[in-house]
Ligand binder design. Structure first.
Ligand code: COI
Length: 355
């Protein structure tokens, strides 16, 4: 999809970046100087602009609030030792956003608006990109329905917005996860494979219950039998079983994670056995019992590589080997950091230099 919308830029009078230590801020709470906005109405993208970060002017009847016509992406920009800023696989996020848009009956965002707005915004706010080893600028593109209307129908007007925030680790410690066999994240034919806002809202109550029991996240299971693992709240799931990298195969109910794809690509580059297939709880538990569950971890943009130290199921905790002993997830974590920081060859051309 193409467009000829020009991006108007209204710069902030004085940057706020000096008010923060960008290498040390809580995730998702401190927003950079500018935001990008594009507006859709009358069947086309009408205008696009960058402005100082501000609140959204909206009606209480705005349709996104009532019926959840809202999708988003999560992506990151990194600063290397020379101070250069690059994005990690931005085209993959652009493509996934438009897949979500189609599924949610929303207009696709033209590449020149998504990429043009993104590049312009990151250039302007380059000083907000952390330089620390595990820091990055977290980028949140989102698309929302903006009709002022209570009738249930696809909106006629939309806003596509990009906001950014410096971020460190999403999980500061390895996590304990609880297998969920009561509530459901996604069903066949549903929206579990796209980044619809409602997928996250519906997960909060079961996750709260899991947290009350001492777990940080859930492992969602299939809706029919609750016997196959699907994904975790904010991440895809991976296991190393007897030296083989095993992950649930993509389906209608699993998000096609970009970190997931990157990790599998590296594993294949390294000649490892990789299996994308249905993964049963029984298999995980049996592997743990005979000492063959070498590693379990979550992978995601925000979470990066999140080591799992225990899996709770049916009142029992299945403990995993010490994090230091985990060869694959530690190596993949380090390699991704090296690629992002320009210390390792970017063989797959994942990085896009911004400035
Ligand atoms: C991400 O990893 O970017 C996500 O979107 C997951 C979560 C922070 C909502």
């Amino acid at each position: 999809m193409t467009s000829t919308v020009e991006i108007k830029v209204n710069k902030i009078a004085k940057s706020r970046v000096g008010e923060y230590d960008v290498n040390n801020v809580p995730f998702g709470k401190c927003f950079s100087d500018h935001m990008f906005v594009a507006e859709y109405s009358d069947g086309k993208w009408q205008k696009a602009y960058i402005e100082p970060y501000a609140d959204i002017p909206m009606s209480y009847a705005m349709s996104a609030l009532h019926y959840g016509q809202a999708i988003f992406e999560g992506m990151k920009a990194y600063k290397n030792e020379k101070g250069e800023v690059s994005l990690f696989r931005p085209t993959a996020n652009f493509q996934r956003m438009n897949k979500s848009a189609v599924r949610m009956a929303m207009p696709e965002v033209p590449e020149e608006i998504f990429m043009g707005g993104l590049l312009e915004l990151i250039k302007l706010d380059k000083d907000w990109v952390p330089s620390s080893e595990t820091g990055s600028l977290y980028i949140r593109p989102f698309l929302i329905a903006t009709d002022e209307a209570i009738g249930v129908k696809a909106s006629d007007t939309y806003k596509f917005v990009i906001i950014t925030c410096p971020a460190g680790k999403y999980y500061s410690e390895p996590i304990r996860v609880l297998v969920e066999t009561n509530y459901i994240r996604a069903v066949e034919g549903g929206v579990g494979n796209v980044k619809a806002a409602g997928n996250y809202g519906r997960s909060l109550y079961p996750t709260k219950l899991a947290q009350q029991k001492g777990y940080q996240q859930e492992i969602w299971t299939d809706s029919m039998t609750h016997s196959f693992v699907e994904e975790s709240g904010t991440m895809n799931l991976m296991f190393v079983i007897d030296g083989t990298v095993v992950t649930p195969k993509l389906s209608d109910t699993i998000l096609a994670g970009i970190t997931r794809d990157s990790v599998l690509t590296l594993a294949r580059d390294w000649g490892m056995n990789v299996e994308e297939r249905k993964v049963s709880l029984k298999e995980i538990e049996e592997a743990q019992q005979v000492g063959k569950l070498n590693e379990a971890f979550g992978v995601g943009t925000a979470a990066t590589i999140a080591h799992i130290v225990a899996i709770g199921h049916n009142g029992k905790d299945y403990e995993l080997p010490a994090v230091e002993a985990r060869k694959f997830s530690n190596k993949v974590d380090q390699t991704l950091r090296d690629i992002r920081k320009s210390r390792a060859e970017d063989k797959h051309k994942w990085m896009l230099k911004v400035i």
